[in-house]
Design a protein around this ligand. Structure first.
Ligand code: ZN
Length: 308
C-alpha cells in the first residue's frame, strides 16, 4: 500500500444530494456550487441525472450544468443514467462519464427500476454498444448499490455481488464501484468484499460510495482505502439522507473526507478552507435542510499540516 498515492473525491451532491431534497435548488446556485467546487480543487463532479424531469424535477437542468462543467479546465463531468435512453442523452450532452446504478438486491432492483439485476446487465450491453456506435469516449461506470445489504430484502449475498461485478464488466462497463447507499455496511464487511471484488476486477474496481446513516461512513471509507480504492464519492455537507428516515445523515461529507486524507498526509488536491466556505454557502441555499459532518462544526485542528 502506497500511502503517498493521491486519491480522488468525486462530489456527487448536485445529483445524489439534491435528488433527495424535495425543493429544487435554483440553477444559479448549482452553477455557483459547481464553479466553487472546481475552484476548491474538485476535479470530478456528478452534476445531475438523465432521468425524466417529471420524476426528478430537481435535476431538470442537467444539460445546462453539463455544458458549464465541460468549460471548467481539468474537470471530469459525470452524470447518472438510469437506462439506454438516459445514456443517449448523456452521450449527446458531451459528459465525460456516465454512471449506471445497478442494485444487487433483487427486491430493491424490481421495486426501484422495475428490472431484475440481470435485465440491468443486459441494458449495460446495449449502452456500451450505443456508446461505441457513437464513437464517444464517455466512460461507462456501474455503481453496484445495496452491495452490503438492502432495506427491502435484508441481507445481500457477497457471492451475488461478485457475480454482478463480473457480469457488468463482461457486458462492457469500463469500471465498477460498490455502494452502500443505505448505511448498512461495517468496515470488516467492506474490507472483505472489496478485496474479493479487486481479485475479479483489478484496477477496474475503482470507486467506493458510502453513506454515514449509522455513523460508519468514514470507517468504511478507511477500510476500502486500505484495500487499494483511490476514488470515493461524497456530498458537501453530508446531504443525501434517506427520505424514509427524516434527519438521518446521508452520504459521507466531502469536507470530512478531505480532512481525513489531509490528516494522514494523503494528497487530494482539495483546499479545505475553500470547501468549508462553500459548505457555508450551501447551508444558506438550503436553509432549513440539515447538513451533516464534523469538521465544519469543530474547525480544523492547529496540528494539521496542509499538503494539498
Ligand atoms: Zn449516495
Amino acid at each position: 500500500m502506497k500511502i503517498e498515492s493521491s486519491i480522488v473525491i468525486r462530489e456527487v451532491g448536485l445529483r445524489d444530494g439534491l435528488q433527495s431534497i424535495d425543493r429544487s435548488m435554483p440553477t444559479a446556485h448549482k452553477l455557483e456550487w459547481l464553479r466553487s467546487a472546481h475552484a476548491a480543487g474538485v476535479r470530478e463532479i456528478e452534476v445531475g441525472s438523465f432521468v425524466p424531469a417529471r420524476l426528478l424535477p430537481q435535476l431538470a437542468d442537467t444539460v445546462e450544468l453539463v455544458g458549464v462543467a465541460r468549460s471548467l479546465p481539468g474537470l471530469t463531468t459525470s452524470v447518472l443514467v438510469p437506462n439506454l435512453k438516459g445514456a443517449q442523452a448523456a452521450l449527446d450532452s458531451g459528459a465525460d462519464a456516465m454512471l449506471l446504478p445497478l442494485s444487487a438486491s433483487q427486491a430493491h432492483s424490481l421495486a426501484n427500476l422495475r428490472k431484475s439485476p440481470d435485465e440491468v446487465v443486459g441494458e449495460i450491453g446495449r449502452i456500451r454498444a450505443a456508446r461505441d456506435a457513437a464513437g464517444s469516449r464517455c466512460l461507462l461506470e456501474v455503481g453496484i448499490s445495496t452491495a452490503f445489504g438492502c432495506t427491502i430484502q435484508g441481507p445481500v449475498e457477497p457471492a451475488e455481488v461478485l457475480r454482478l461485478v463480473e457480469a457488468v464488466l463482461d457486458a462492457g462497463a469500463d469500471r465498477v464501484g460498490l455502494a452502500d447507499t443505505v448505511g448498512y455496511a461495517d468496515p470488516l464487511q467492506v474490507t472483505r468484499l472489496f478485496e474479493r471484488a479487486r481479485a475479479l476486477a483489478g484496477e477496474r474496481l475503482d470507486c467506493g460510495h458510502f453513506h454515514d446513516t449509522r455513523g460508519l461512513g468514514m470507517a468504511n471509507v478507511m477500510a476500502a482505502w486500505q484495500t487499494g480504492v483511490r476514488r470515493f464519492d461524497a456530498c458537501l455537507g453530508g446531504i443525501g439522507g434517506c427520505p424514509h428516515a427524516p434527519g438521518a445523515s446521508g452520504n459521507v461529507a466531502t469536507e470530512d473526507l478531505a480532512y481525513l486524507f489531509a490528516s494522514m498526509g494523503v494528497p487530494t488536491g482539495l483546499d479545505l478552507a475553500a470547501l468549508l466556505a462553500l459548505r457555508a454557502a450551501l447551508a444558506r441555499w438550503l436553509d432549513g435542510v440539515p447538513l451533516h459532518g464534523s469538521i465544519a462544526r469543530a474547525g480544523l485542528p492547529r496540528t494539521l499540516r496542509l499538503a494539498a
